[in-house]
Design a protein around this ligand. Structure first.
Ligand SMILES: *Cc1c(COP(=O)(O)O)cnc(C)c1O
Length: 254
């Protein structure tokens, strides 16, 4: 296996000899975007298949198969179901033959959702469009509010017109997701900010109706600054949420 950064379509440099190109765009937690159509063409020219992890965008935000991917995969645990009460995932694909192999594998390993999980997902998908529209609109408003702050650096949201991802994102995405990322000057400052938030839980998952945020560096696995915060915008009242964030940034203890 070879890996390459998402931004700048760096995957092009590692395609030779690959059988499968696996892309996550927007990437998590850095929110870089790669050009799915361009990468799929380059991969197919070398005989490689292409899978896109569409968890962050959701099917309402991005349709990887229409952009040339062979498979779209996603965690259904996040925004697709949105209530933090079910663990699920899915694979969709273009080719009947490839999907028959996926189904065969699923049958053999037993990765089949229980009736309760299926019911929870079905109930949740009825509000997907409402949640996605609300959470995306608030994420953009939050990103705009954070852009005005001198203590916030490295702000990323693909829906911001001046974000480095926006040019490609605006061509291949219909909505830009509910995750905003940014950095505060130090680890202590980020921890105090997270403690001071009242409407936002300090938690790792994302996409739920309740806003969550975490200091990503606590896991040690991502190349992010110590003060890096991944913020998942929920369905709360937008003004209340943004006021809570600005108050937590200004908190004397923060
Ligand atoms: C969370 C996540 C997964 C794993 O999903 P689970 O449903 O929690 O197992 C896979 N891909 C991405 C991009 C994710 O964010």
């Amino acid at each position: 296996m070879r890996t390459a950064p998402t931004g700048g379509d760096a995957q092009l440099g590692v395609l030779d000899g690959a059988k499968l190109l696996w892309i996550e765009t927007p990437s998590n937690p850095g929110l870089d975007v790669c050009d799915v159509r361009r990468l799929a063409e380059a991969a197919h020219a070398r005989g490689a298949l292409v899978a896109v992890d569409n968890t962050l965008a959701t099917p309402l935000g991005q349709r990887p198969l229409e952009l040339g991917a062979d498979f779209a995969v996603a965690s259904g645990t996040k925004q697709l179901t949105g209530h933090g009460d079910v663990l699920l995932g899915y694979v969709t694909g273009r080719s009947g033959e490839a999907m028959a192999a996926v189904r065969r594998w699923r049958k053999i390993v037993g990765a089949i959702p229980g009736p309760m999980e299926a019911w929870l997902a079905h109930r949740s998908i009825a509000t997907l469009h409402l949640r996605v529209d609300r959470q995306n609109a608030t994420a953009l408003a939050l990103a705009r509010a954070l852009r005005e702050r001198s203590d916030v650096t490295g702000l990323r949201y693909p829906g911001l017109p001046d974000d480095p991802s926006h040019r490609i994102a605006s061509r291949q995405m219909r909505r830009y997701g509910c995750v905003v990322s940014f950095a505060l000057p130090t680890r202590a400052r980020a921890d105090r900010f997270l403690d001071a938030l009242r409407l936002v839980d300090d938690a790792t998952s994302f996409g739920g109706v309740r806003s969550t945020a975490e200091r990503r560096g606590r896991w040690g696995g991502d190349a992010v600054p110590e003060g890096f915060v991944r913020f998942s915008v929920g369905a709360e009242d937008p003004e209340d949420l943004i006021a809570d964030v600005l108050r937590a940034l200004d908190d004397p203890a923060g």
